[in-house]
Ligand binder design. Structure first.
Ligand SMILES: Nc1nc2c(ncn2[C@@H]2O[C@H](COP(=O)(O)OP(=O)(O)OP(=O)(O)O)[C@@H](O)[C@H]2O)c(=O)[nH]1
Ligand SMILES: [Mg+2]
Length: 194
């Protein structure tokens, strides 16, 4: 994909504020600090369009980034951030779940997990929820730069098993490397075309 333009459009909490132009949405889900915002920046070849942070749990709203005036990347708040109060976590989860279930413009959900770790209970729960929405999804095992190249495939296979995801729906990724950007764009482009 040739990136002609990419801009932050809005940050929202309530569905009354979602964009109304019906452009397709590619959604980034995953636990806090897993690299959702870094994914957006690396795919768009921009250093800090999406706000990343070493302090997890900063993102509590849905952030919409408009690409090529054609589609949105939607950066979801991460789950599993223990320093957020229970009540606040529940509020965020409710708005995320309702967005995933009801939003008609969603074209593809990308669940990001950490390639180095066994999926957490929250990861498994999120994937079950995504499956229950009957939407198109893929899983990206990110931070692949943190492990030896020769081990990437076997780590991905272990995660696929743990999450019960077919191998044609899970791929390695790294925001620190250009190696996975092109193949990931191909998946996104194919989903935008359908
Ligand atoms: N080595 C490496 N570091 C990464 C990668 N992706 C993200 N990081 C680092 O992980 C940290 C968290 O990344 P973010 O992109 O802010 O994570 P997030 O999922 O958006 O986090 P929340 O907004 O808190 O939910 C940052 O310090 C990033 O630099 C990657 O592929 N490789
Ligand atoms: Mg983020």
């Amino acid at each position: 994909m040739v990136i002609k333009s990419a801009k932050f459009e809005l940050s929202v909490m309530n569905k009354s504020q979602y964009p109304t132009n019906r452009k397709p949405e590619i959604v980034l889900a995953g636990k806090s600090n897993v690299g959702k915002s870094s994914f957006i920046n690396s795919m768009l070849n921009r250093k800090s369009l999406a706000r990343t942070s070493s302090a997890p749990g900063k993102t509590r709203q849905l952030n919409f980034y408009l690409v090529n005036e054609q589609f949105y990347f939607v950066d979801l708040p991460g789950y599993g951030y223990s320093e957020m109060s229970k009540a606040e976590q529940e509020k965020v989860a409710t708005s995320v779940n309702s967005y995933l279930k009801n939003r008609k413009s969603i074209n593809l959900i990308i669940l990001i997990v950490d390639i180095r770790h066994k999926p957490t209970a929250n990861d498994i729960q999120m994937l079950e929820y995504i499956k229950s929405t009957d939407r198109r999804y893929i899983v990206l095992a990110s931070k692949a730069d943190k492990i030896a190249k020769t081990k990437v495939n076997s780590y991905v296979e272990d995660i696929a098993k743990a999450l019960d995801v077919p191998l044609d729906l899970i791929f390695p990724y790294s925001s620190e490397s250009k190696a996975f950007v092109e193949s990931t764009w191909e998946i996104i482009e194919e989903s935008l075309a359908n």
